[in-house]
Ligand binder design. Structure first.
Ligand SMILES: Cc1cc2nc3c(=O)[nH]c(=O)nc-3n(C[C@H](O)[C@H](O)[C@H](O)COP(=O)(O)OP(=O)(O)OC[C@H]3O[C@@H](n4cnc5c(N)ncnc54)[C@H](O)[C@@H]3O)c2cc1C
Length: 484
């Protein structure tokens, strides 16, 4: 199969393909295959021997090769799990005069931020916090002011199931709507995004303030739930919740809540705002650091603020690679203090649990639920990301998976219901999976309604129109109605 695929690619390409440096499989170049596979895996859990691996990885050097890959996979009826790794297609063309940029889909979000900042310190793009990820979807520190990355996409180029390259005008508004948040890998292969740049001030202020249970963390977090979704939309104020050794009793653990923020403005304006809106946090000038927006990207990624911004060009995770499991929830009602105390008891039972509470409101509430497939808008107070990490692979995996599932169950009464909403980009296979021999609407509705609410049906309609035979599919891809 590998050889016939290569032959077909050669036949369909006008630009020669250097296969030795762009085609990897366990049979032909096993160590290069392993190293390329491992280089992009964010979660070591997916590298365990028990997890299925792609039969080959192709890193097309030119976009015409992406097109040829679709044509050949269809022509040869290839049913294999293959990865098209777009790492070589990472051009970023920034047009400050036009407040826009064209980005090839293989660029990381860190590269995009860097290339924008190279041309202007007062332009940015409202996408993800983790700079080694791709551009698709994503929320970040500008979400309360400008919405999501997907809300700021102006055009795109996609290779469709027939191997055609279509821009927005050619693909039509339904498909253009679906690819802005409808989950990757269902509708075609994105080659380019045209994004809208947004203004940021020359000075932004960052801070992190940490409170433990002994320092009144529960009361403060309870207050944050009331304040954060309604506070000035220039402020992104999330809470990272972890555990640490107690400073009061060294034999005990405590819960730490770190208020981690980026404010689009100077520190004096921020201090005045906090005094008015959230005095309980007790923010002082000492904790505030004025910097540029591009440096705030490093700060939020957990890097020292004086790190050269060139690090964003490396496309590597800023956090160590670990085994982890993640889940998500959306909260629409304040969680009472009593319930928080109950949650801490179970939270403290895990080795390295993390919860990230990300406040919504601002622009997120003004964009309608159906404007893009991402439906978690008005009425959402904040999103919770749950993660637990471990380092010894399969050895303790069952214990950690059990813990996160138990904690998620415990959270049930306090989060959104009917559906219990979830973030599509924190893909949670516990919510259900397509079966390997086909997809079904009813089955996919199980997770699709949680990810997309009422937009799920429109996504299914688009899928049925543009890929009726379900060529683009994975564990949680959108099903077409007619496929069995
Ligand atoms: C460490 C870490 C930090 C994170 N931080 C954030 C954050 O700050 N904000 C946030 O919103 N999310 C965050 N996420 C979640 C993140 O949005 C998802 O992991 C997302 O899938 C990353 O997108 P990607 O572009 O890297 O695509 P991948 O993870 O490579 O792919 C996701 C899906 O899209 C498909 N796909 C990829 N490229 C294309 C393409 N060109 N055309 C069509 N389909 C494609 C893939 O087949 C796959 O199904 C984080 C995840 C991790 C692991």
């Amino acid at each position: 199969m590998e050889e016939s695929f290569k032959l077909c690619l050669t036949h369909h390409s006008t630009i020669p393909i250097p296969f030795s440096s762009s085609f990897y499989s366990p049979n032909s170049n096993s160590s290069a295959f392993t190293s390329i596979l491992e280089s992009t895996a964010q979660n070591q859990r997916y590298l365990l021997p028990s997890v299925p691996k792609p039969e080959f990885i192709f890193t097309p050097p030119h976009e015409s090769h992406v097109r040829a890959s679709v044509t050949c996979a269809k022509e040869l009826g290839i049913e294999a799990f293959m990865v098209l790794d777009l790492r070589k297609l990472r051009e970023v063309k920034v047009e400050i005069a036009d407040n826009s940029a064209w980005i090839q889909a293989g660029a990381t979000i860190g590269e995009v931020y860097y290339r924008i900042a190279e041309k202007s310190s007062v332009h940015a793009f409202p996408a993800g916090l983790c700079t080694s990820l791709g551009v698709g979807g994503a929320y970040g520190t500008l979400m309360r002011k400008y919405g999501l990355g997907a809300d700021n996409v102006m055009d795109a180029k996609i290779v469709d199931v027939n191997g055609r390259i279509l821009d927005r005008a050619a693909m039509g508004e339904d498909l253009f709507w679906a690819i802005r948040g409808g989950g990757g890998g269902s509708f075609g292969i994105i080659l380019w995004w045209k994004i809208k740049l947004v203004p940021v001030p020359p000075i932004v202020t960052v801070f992190t303030v940490t409170k433990t249970l002994e320092q009144g963390a529960t009361k403060l977090l309870h207050r944050w739930q009331h304040v954060a979704p309604n506070i000035d939309e220039n402020l992104f104020l999330r809470v990272l919740i972890q555990i640490a050794n107690s400073t009061v009793n060294s034999r005990q653990k405590t819960v730490t809540t770190s208020y981690n923020a980026v404010f689009l403005g100077d520190s004096q304006t921020l201090l005045n705002l906090m005094k008015r809106s959230f005095p309980e946090l007790g923010l002082t000038e000492r904790e505030c650091l004025e910097t540029s927006w591009i440096k705030s990207v490093l700060y939020v990624a957990g890097l020292p603020i004086d790190t050269p911004t060139q690090i964003l060009l490396q496309g590597k995770p800023t956090t160590p690679k670990v085994y982890f499991k993640a889940k998500s929830d959306f909260v629409r009602q304040v969680i009472p203090k009593k319930a928080l105390n109950k949650l801490w008891e179970v939270f403290l039972q895990e080795d390295e649990p993390v919860m990230i509470w990300n406040s919504y409101g601002g622009m997120m509430s003004r964009i309608s639920e159906s404007s893009t497939p991402f439906p978690h808008r008005k009425g959402t107070l904040y999103m919770i990301q749950y993660v637990n990490v471990w380092v010894d692979g399969e050895k303790s995996m069952a214990k950690h998976m059990d813990w996160i599932r138990k904690f998620y169950e415990l959270m049930g009464p306090y989060v959104s219901k009917f559906p219990r909403e979830a973030y599509v980009n924190y893909k949670d296979l516990d919510l259900g999976m397509n079966s390997s021999n086909g997809t079904s609407y009813l089955r996919a509705y199980g997770w699709g309604y949680k990810y997309f609410k009422g937009n799920f049906n429109r996504l299914v309609k688009v899928k049925s129109k543009v890929d009726p035979h379900n060529f683009f599919r994975h564990e949680q891809s959108i099903p077409p109605i007619i496929a069995s």
